[in-house]
Ligand binder design. Structure first.
Ligand SMILES: Cc1cc2nc3c(=O)[nH]c(=O)nc-3n(C[C@H](O)[C@H](O)[C@H](O)COP(=O)(O)OP(=O)(O)OC[C@H]3O[C@@H](n4cnc5c(N)ncnc54)[C@H](O)[C@@H]3O)c2cc1C
Length: 411
């Protein structure tokens, strides 16, 4: 070994990344391996288990909408903005392409791997980047404590191991889908170490509706397609699914924050649904005026306003017989159907969680202010976003931004 190589090895900073999800993998892949001895400690036996679960569903890697709209999806968007600007949706597409994963824009404008590429192939491509960057992987290491000097403590088999590091990055994820390893147990460890934390709550989740038995028996499992939801000035186009519990789907997931807040304050909330977004209320009313007398109301709804059986049943479920016959009232219900919501899904069933590390606890580079050499990235920080690619993009972007910051700081 040449002298300058020995010198280089000695001056490397040891970085310990705890948790092996997408935020961790992006960070590890983008750190300069000439500067850092890069280590990922993961409690499971593999990386990216939640990423694979996401792959079984929609697998929206990111979204193709323009920058301003994209950044506006995050809550608080001011926190995510610099990270998304530094590594945006197009950068992620190029990065994946470079790893051998071409992507495509779907009709919904969400971005997916091109047809035929399986989630595990995407994960393997990312793991290839880690291999190329000499990242050391330590599986079966569960983070269980922080020593008084800030060193992470792990449970490895029956052993309790304290690991020395120059930099520690927490990338432990949120608290839903515990089966993937992201169980949120770390919150007590960090709170005990003096980090400001906020209790987890479900996001992008189902909401409870007390359907009548007769409605549910005919409509459980049926979709409400091409609808728009409204809540406090926010509008979401999309789809909903009627379930035994209530409502699921993109058009209610994106309202999670507003609904959760009202449920916490009042114990109940509601959402407005426009069942016919491409017709104005007056146009609907005119159709009724022209056709009623000659046709039954249900027939007009079906044939001329083109509402399917589930939408018509839903209207009937929320109107009295008199209201159903009142053309003005009925037209307004089609455009503004108010559905009462009485609860929220269990945290483990949610697609994502809010809460975790308070944003007050970190600086603009995601360094934890109250700990000496510790950072936190990904879903474990208290931010929110709808599904549709924004969650993965944020975690990838935070991993990338922290790698850039550390490469610069130690370079
Ligand atoms: C069903 C489902 C579908 C989804 N679909 C999409 C989608 O289509 N598009 C989208 O953008 N997002 C989607 N998401 C959300 C997305 O997967 C997450 O937001 C993202 O994976 C968060 O990344 P992360 O790196 O912060 O954490 P995670 O991916 O959760 O990784 C955290 C890692 O930390 C490890 N860990 C936890 N505790 C410890 C410990 N004590 N010691 C050591 N290791 C530990 C875990 O085992 C895990 O590997 C979906 C989520 C779910 C559940």
């Amino acid at each position: 070994m040449r002298k300058n190589e020995i010198f280089k090895m000695k001056t490397k900073n040891k970085i310990v990344i705890i948790g092996g999800g997408v935020a961790a993998m992006m960070l590890a892949a983008e750190l300069d391996s000439d500067l850092f001895d890069i280590n990922i400690y993961e409690k499971g036996i593999g990386l990216g288990r939640k990423f694979l679960v996401a792959g079984k569903g929609g697998f929206n890697l990111t979204h193709s909408e323009p920058k301003e709209t994209f950044i506006g999806r995050y809550e608080p968007s001011s926190f995510l903005k610099p990270f998304i600007e530094q590594f945006n949706n197009n950068d992620l597409r190029k990065w994946l392409e470079n790893a051998g994963i071409p992507t495509m824009i779907g009709s919904s404008k969400k971005i997916y791997p091109v047809k035929g590429i399986k989630p595990v192939e995407v994960l393997n491509a990312i793991k290839g980047k880690l291999r190329d960057n000499n990242v050391k992987l330590h599986y079966n290491h569960e983070f269980i404590d922080i020593s008084s000097s800030g060193k992470p403590v792990f449970k490895h088999g029956d052993l309790r191991t304290v690991i020395t590091a120059d930099i520690v990055v927490f990338a432990l994820g949120g608290a839903s889908w515990k089966v993937t390893g992201s169980d949120g147990k770390w919150i007590d460890i960090l709170a005990k170490a003096g980090v400001e934390t906020i209790g987890f709550e479900p996001s992008n989740c189902a909401f409870k509706v007390d359907w009548s038995e007769s409605f549910l028996s005919k409509n459980e499992g049926k979709p409400l397609k091409n609808i728009t939801t409204y809540k406090k000035g926010k509008t979401v186009k999309g789809e909903l699914m009627i379930t035994g519990f209530g409502l699921e789907g993109g058009a209610i997931y994106a309202m999670s924050g507003l609904l959760r807040k009202e449920l916490n304050e009042k114990g109940k909330t509601d959402i407005l649904i426009d069942l016919k977004p491409n017709l104005r209320s007056k146009e609907i009313e005119n159709k009724f005026k022209i056709l009623s007398g000659a046709k039954s109301i249900t027939n007009i709804l079906k044939q001329y306003i083109k509402l399917d059986k589930t939408k018509i049943d839903l209207i009937k479920n929320y109107t009295t017989k008199e209201e159903f016959k009142d053309i003005k009232k009925l037209s307004s219900v089609i455009k503004n159907l108010k559905v009462n919501i009485s609860g929220i899904a269990e945290i483990d069933e949610a697609i994502s969680t809010v809460g975790g590390i308070s944003l007050n606890a970190v600086d603009q580079n995601m360094k934890i202010k109250s700990l000496p050499y510790h950072y936190a990235i990904g879903e474990m920080l208290n931010w929110d976003a709808p599904t549709g690619g924004y969650l993965l993009q944020a975690s990838f972007s935070m991993g990338y931004s922290l790698a850039s910051h550390l490469n610069q700081k130690f370079g």
